[in-house]
Design a protein around this ligand. Structure first.
Ligand SMILES: [Zn+2]
Length: 527
């Protein structure tokens, strides 16, 4: 609870009487003044005790402002005041478009900007997606990736072949259209079908189109484990794309997945360091959990079985190729730590299975885990939570100065069943567990990974920093209390400890109450 008066934030309303604004513009009251807090401006520098004033959506002043007039004065004693967080890998896109909760699970984490359409997925028509957001309004700010996998599927379907020159031109043109609509770069998922059917040269060609407008390349890499080419070669592919297409390359939600890959984060980091040493712009982002969230198709089904889409896959599962499929899925279950490491997150035909492990289901059915997985697949597929990382790798990746923070969480349609708790807890979890409790990284370093670092990498001008003239995206954090409450068993729990949130100069949240429902804006690339 938040009843100790020491921790209360008090919002005060002043009625100001003065002459016409045009005679004394410099003395007009501020919209908001945040006073008494310790300010981490997002740059990674130390905290400074100072005040911040907001007017017309922007930061108007920073300094001693305790006596300044303002419509709302927020006391931030014993609190950290930081830029709002930027989530560079968010599946909230679909949920934001038809949002019933105004992005509250996102905002409560202190996230004021999300980058949607990651992993090569999401709408090809970024202009239409943007128009929907602008028409309906959004909770947090949103920026867009233009998604490689969706573009490939639109042009080539689920075929496992290279595009013709004409098809590649069509794909490149779609990237250009997305960038023109304001996207911040290209996302890809060469791990997933149909992205996996793309060779490196296709990714380079499309990244060049993103680079023309200053975009980035963010990739759910071809292999985070030892499925195909292995973690290190897959990181090398991002480096190759970044180097050849001359744009920032991002290894998104970087991890070393599965028993056979544990410990290899160190080598992947060395390769990134070497590339950076010769001037290639390579970065990573990370969500702070030992489990990933995926689907049976994503985690267990081999890509050969997905050629030509779902119906073809089901035919294979029931037909001559069932034996081969079972064998490959058995291998993939072992790779991910065994059936007890895989939890059913979402199974709409029978939600009573949600929260159970594949191992429990197999034992109850008297079948092998791979047979149960195929049964679920034939009945429509299931979401999975997959425990597959080690703390050593997580911490090593987190400590890199080029690693940003992300959630990989979804809203709305993604937020049914027992989804991965990252959708509600990723950012506060990093602050609670890895900063406050384990001291793996320091406050200023962690805040930078959530604010100015992503803003710089993605070209989000005047975001992710606290300085006069910047957009007023500001959060007030209780460093002793900030915490994720969402767990694997109970994932739908708002995070706590970030009770005051300003988005574009408007109070999204004050004293724990959500106030302005849709203060977000579409954010576009501006370098
Ligand atoms: Zn992903």
């Amino acid at each position: 609870m938040f009843l100790s008066s020491r921790f209360l934030i008090v919002g005060l309303l002043f009625v100001v009487i003065e002459g016409p604004a045009h005679t004394q513009p410099e003395t007009a009251p501020y919209d908001i003044v945040i006073t008494g807090g310790r300010v981490l401006d997002g740059s990674g520098g130390p905290a400074i005790e100072t005040d911040i004033a907001v007017r017309d959506g922007r930061i108007a002043a920073i300094g001693r402002l305790a006596d300044a007039r303002a419509q709302t004065v927020i006391r931030a004693d014993n609190r950290l005041v930081t830029p709002g967080f930027i989530d560079v890998h968010s599946h909230a896109g679909e949920g934001l478009a038809a949002d019933l909760n105004h992005g509250q699970p996102v905002l409560a984490q202190g996230i004021t900007t999300v980058v949607v359409n990651p992993d090569g997925g999401g709408p090809v028509d970024v202009a239409a997606q943007r128009a929907t957001y602008e028409k309906n309004g959004i909770g947090p700010n949103a920026a867009f990736f233009v998604p490689h996998g969706s573009i490939r599927e639109q042009v080539l379907g689920m075929q496992d072949r290279a595009p013709t020159a004409a098809e590649l031109q069509q794909m490149v043109n779609l990237v250009r259209a997305g960038m023109k609509a304001g996207a911040v770069g290209l996302s890809s998922g060469p791990y997933y079908a149909p992205g996996s059917y793309a060779k490196t040269d296709e990714l380079v060609a499309m990244s060049k189109a993103a680079a023309e407008s200053g975009g980035v390349y963010s990739s759910h890499i071809r292999d985070e484990s030892d499925y195909t080419i292995g973690l290190v070669a897959a990181v090398d592919e991002v480096i190759t794309v970044a180097e050849q297409a001359k744009l920032p390359g991002i290894v998104t939600h970087m991890k070393a997945l599965g028993v056979g890959t544990w410990g290899k984060a160190a080598t992947a980091i060395q390769h990134i360091e070497a590339a950076r040493g010769r001037g290639v712009h390579v970065y990573a982002d990370q969500y702070p959990y030992e489990a990933s969230g995926t689907s049976i198709e994503g985690a267990l089904v081999p890509r050969w079985a997905q050629v030509f889409g779902d119906e073809a896959m089901i035919r294979r599962a029931k037909g001559d190729e069932r034996g081969k499929l079972l064998e490959d899925m058995k291998t993939n279950i072992a790779r991910r730590g065994g059936a007890e490491s895989l939890l059913i997150a979402r199974f709409q035909p029978d939600p009573t299975l949600e929260g159970k492990s594949l191992d429990e289901l197999a034992k109850a059915a008297g079948k092998s885990a791979e047979e149960v997985a195929i049964d679920l697949l034939v009945r429509g597929g299931a979401g999975l939570v997959s425990f597959n990382m080690t703390e050593n790798d997580i911490e090593l990746i987190m400590k890199q100065p080029w690693t940003m923070t992300s959630s990989d969480g979804g809203l709305g349609p993604m937020d049914v069943g027992r989804p991965h708790p990252r959708a509600y807890g990723a950012f506060p979890r990093k602050l609670r567990l890895y900063v406050r409790e384990r001291m793996v990284v320091e406050w200023a370093f962690a805040i930078k990974s959530m604010t100015s670092l992503p803003a710089t990498v993605f070209g989000l001008k005047d975001r992710g920093v606290l300085r006069p003239g910047a957009w007023a995206d500001i959060v007030v954090i209780d460093p002793d209390k900030v915490a994720d409450l969402a767990t694997y068993a109970e994932p739908h729990q708002l995070s706590v400890g970030i009770d005051t949130i300003v988005v574009n100069g408007r109070l999204a949240r004050l004293d724990g109450k959500f106030i302005t429902p849709l203060p977000g804006k579409v954010v576009t690339l501006e370098r």
